[in-house]
Design a protein around this ligand. Structure first.
Ligand code: MET
Ligand code: ZN
Length: 772
């Protein structure tokens, strides 16, 4: 270990999907057999080379490990699984190249269910969950890491491999099926650390000077361990890793939250640098003031994550420079960094030619963030005077943003400020039940979650409309035909509560963002969601209002075609915020109230148009739950409040539904109850109705629709299978309270399987009704 310290500028990682989603296209072409593995590897290598060159061009030094090597074909946790050789036993028979095995774990094949996927900390990125048992045989496989390092060196760049660290890896893993009762993957920490030591030795032998090990587990209160326990595990792991003789310098990263209480202890580990998220997190002020932080950091660099890696606004450089200055003045060797891997932001604002120029000037995507890091590093090296021009420019931009038209609209603010508890409160549940009798909803009522298959025809029609090839009248006509078809189909299948099918929506958030004031949409602002999938979050930049009804004509048209109730379908305020880039100049709760009021008006218009059931989807309610336990109550308070503000204007005879997707809502069951929705649908098929028991124990009295049809695969669940699931639920929940529905929307499914599955669902509900 002879290498030099880390240069003054670095980032925690960079988007890997490519500016034009080149990786998605190549990977999907490989899956479809249209290109060979060699061709895929070639494309990936070109992307990596372009990324490194770009990072140097934007101001990261080519030497010293400033450039992170954070490429991934699919997911960084899956990369670690392969590097550790931790292939779950159930995949033992899988043959093929490393990359083929990798994709089989990610996506499954005829004989194998894929690894489960779940959200990565409090982001909308999903990782592949490792499956570990007492028997998992770990063995170091540094091939991919070493190869990428070599590529970088040939390019004249000394890269820093980025790997998920051992503690986070094991805390994100689940016990494999067949592991002993009570087995915890973390019990294998020492063995896993030994494999990391081998990986590090291989990297050192290949010339790596630095390696970054990501330990976001350090900032979370939502894992199996307490923070203190996590920190103790990190101390144990890095005590051992650091003692290795043949290793690169180690940077431990603690992104996505507040590690301030752990910082000094991390610095005392035998590692050479510690990264801290100073956007979500903070500095331990007392320790900074009394010199103990500096003492702990003696000989260790602090990578100060002052540039926000999760949002798209230009950083207040003056404020960041002041933070950096305070660290340097305290005698801490400081490096300028980002709060986390930039994988959560799009590539480059320069690609957004169609965006309003003023708005564009306020933004920073990944490339602009790198430039900001480089500027701050220059300020750190040469003094703030050296970057005064850049600081002044940002001052000007921020002032311009602050004063810009639309950022603050008095009428919207006055209305939001006036909204009180009464606006968030409907009449009692009992009165509502009474008033809703007229809806004639049977016991074990059947319904769907909203979307019907988004066919190629629908996507083509939308694309033609966007390109101007067909006019609005033609597009509307197409959508009306589609709605009529979906309504007729549901009547034929025999569902009780119908939906219009959401054919008009490109995405459940973007559709609303395009119709609300205060939002902008990007052209190329893609962000990886999982694997080859990316989303294009909208930008919520100003005060939000609804210039005109957004969904009424579609819902009203659908209702005009049938005697059965058609559910109006809206995306809830929390989900709209969670899946957009939101303004950072006011509390989220204020922004949520504005969105809620726009939805409240939409519900009023739906009801006026003859709609008597409205579903407000909140699948992101749990995702935004802060990692920090101390902040959870306040979050649940405002998020639940926003939902209630959106729905609180509905009369007693209007039935409000919500849909939450996931089933692990143990943590937030009181909050779900607090939403005060009349009916809630949730995912339950894969867990075989696990959720029903806690609901029964909780004494949950509202309508509940645990999914009986797993929509995540094309498989058609039979009548018997769905009957069985309904019976399990009916054993705990009275029939009048129980709804029968799929786990989630059907937009990703094909028609054949959808019709077959829903037909079986209706038959299953009838069968269980007959048993009563
Ligand atoms: C991710 S939740 C999706 C809900 C939406 N109403 C749909 O059916 O697609
Ligand atoms: Zn869902």
């Amino acid at each position: 270990m002879t290498a030099a310290s880390l240069p003054l500028a670095t980032i925690a990682g960079y988007p890997r999907i490519g500016r034009r989603r080149e990786l998605k296209r190549a990977v999907e072409a490989f899956w479809a057999g249209r290109i060979t593995e060699e061709q895929l590897q070639q494309t990936a290598a070109e992307l990596r080379a372009a990324t490194r060159a770009r990072l140097v061009e934007l101001g990261l030094p080519a030497e010293g490990g400033a450039v992170p090597e954070s490429f991934s074909f699919y997911d960084q946790v899956l990369d670690a699984t392969l590097a550790l050789g931790a292939i779950p036993e159930r995949f033992a028979g899988v043959t093929g190249s490393d990359l083929e095995t990798y994709f089989t774990l990610a996506r499954g094949d005829k004989a194998h269910q894929p690894l489960e996927m779940t959200k990565w900390f409090d982001t909308n990125y999903h990782y592949s969950v490792p499956e570990i048992s007492e028997r998992t045989a770990f063995s170091a496989n540094p091939k991919a890491l070493v190869a990428q390092l070599g590529e970088a060196r040939e390019q004249g760049i000394e890269a820093r491999p980025v790997i998920v660290g051992p503690v986070t890896y094991l805390l994100l893993a689940k016990a494999a099926d067949g592991a002993g009762e009570g087995f915890d993957p973390v019990s294998r920490l020492d063995e896993v650390v030994a494999v990391y030591a081998e990986l590090l030795a291989a990297l050192a032998a290949a010339g790596a000077t630095w390696v970054q090990l990501d330990e976001p587990a350090l900032v979370s209160d939502s894992l199996r361990t307490t923070r203190e326990e996590t920190l103790a595990l990190v101390e144990r792991a890095y005590g051992a890793l650091g003692a290795g003789a043949d290793r690169p310098r180690i940077l431990i990263a603690a992104p996505y939250g507040d590690a301030s209480a752990a910082l000094a202890r991390l610095a005392k580990l035998p590692v050479e640098a510690v990264q801290a998220d100073l956007v979500r997190g903070s500095l331990p002020t007392a320790e900074l003031a009394d010199g103990s932080l500096a003492a702990a950091f003696e000989g260790t660099q602090l990578v100060a994550g002052v540039v926000d890696g999760r949002n798209i606004w230009r950083t207040d450089l003056r404020e960041a420079a002041a933070t950096l200055r305070s660290l340097a003045d305290a005698g801490i060797q400081t490096v300028v960094g980002t709060s986390n891997n930039l994988q959560h932001v799009p590539h480059d604002v320069a690609d957004e030619a169609k965006l309003d120029a003023k708005l564009r000037s306020w933004l920073a995507f990944a490339d602009q963030k790198v430039e900001q890091v480089a500027v701050l590093a220059r300020g750190l090296a040469e003094g703030e005077e050296a970057i005064e021009a850049e600081l002044a420019e940002v001052d000007r931009v921020l002032a311009d943003r602050d004063a810009a038209e639309g950022v603050r609209v008095d009428a919207i603010r006055t209305r939001a400020a006036a909204a009180g508890d009464a606006d968030r409160t409907r009449v009692s549940e009992a009165d509502r039940r009474e008033a809703q009798h007229g809806l004639n909803i049977p016991a074990l009522a059947t319904t769907t979650i909203g979307s019907f298959p988004q066919t190629a025809e629908i996507r083509n029609a939308r694309a033609s409309f966007v390109r101007g090839e067909i006019d609005e009248a033609a597009y509307d006509g197409f959508l009306r035909e589609e709605i009529a078809r979906v309504i007729a189909l549901q009547e034929e299948i025999g569902l009780d509560v119908l939906v219009h099918g959401e054919a008009e929506r490109n995405d459940m958030v973007q559709y609303f963002a395009e119709l609300l004031d205060g939002f902008a949409v990007t052209e190329h602002g893609w962000v990886q969601s999982y694997g080859s999938r990316a989303t294009r979050p909208s930008i919520l930049w100003g005060d939000v209002s609804r210039p005109a009804p957004m969904t009424v004509r579609w819902s009203a048209y659908a209702q005009s075609l049938t005697e059965r109730p058609v559910k109006g379908m809206l995306t809830g305020p929390v989900t709209i915020l969670a899946w957009s880039f939101v303004r950072d100049d006011q509390p989220l709760s204020d922004t949520a109230s504005q969105v809620a009021l726009a939805l409240r008006d939409e519900i009023a218009d739906l009801v006026d148009a003859g709609i008597s059931i409205v579903q407000v989807d909140e699948p992101a309610l749990r995702e935004l739950l802060p990692l920090d336990r101390d902040r959870q109550a306040a979050y649940l308070d405002w998020s639940v409040g926003a939902f209630r503000l959106a729905t609180g204007g509905a009369g007693a005879d209007v039935q409000i539904h919500t849909h939450l997707c996931y089933s692990e809502f143990g943590e937030i069951i009181d909050a779900v109850d607090g939403l005060d929705a009349d009916v809630t649908s949730i995912e339950a098929a894969r867990s075989r109705m696990d959720v029903v028991e806690p609901l029964g124990d909780h004494g949950y009295s509202r309508g509940i629709g645990p999914g009986v049809y797993d929509i995540h695969s094309p498989r058609v669940p039979g009548v018997d299978e769905q009957t069985e699931l309904i019976r399990i639920a009916a054993a705990r929940i009275p029939g009048e309270q129980l709804w029968v529905n799929p786990d989630c929307g059907l937009k990703t499914r094909g028609y054949d399987e959808t019709v077959a599955s829903l037909t079986n669902l209706v038959l299953a509900a009838k069968a269980v009704r007959a048993e009563a």
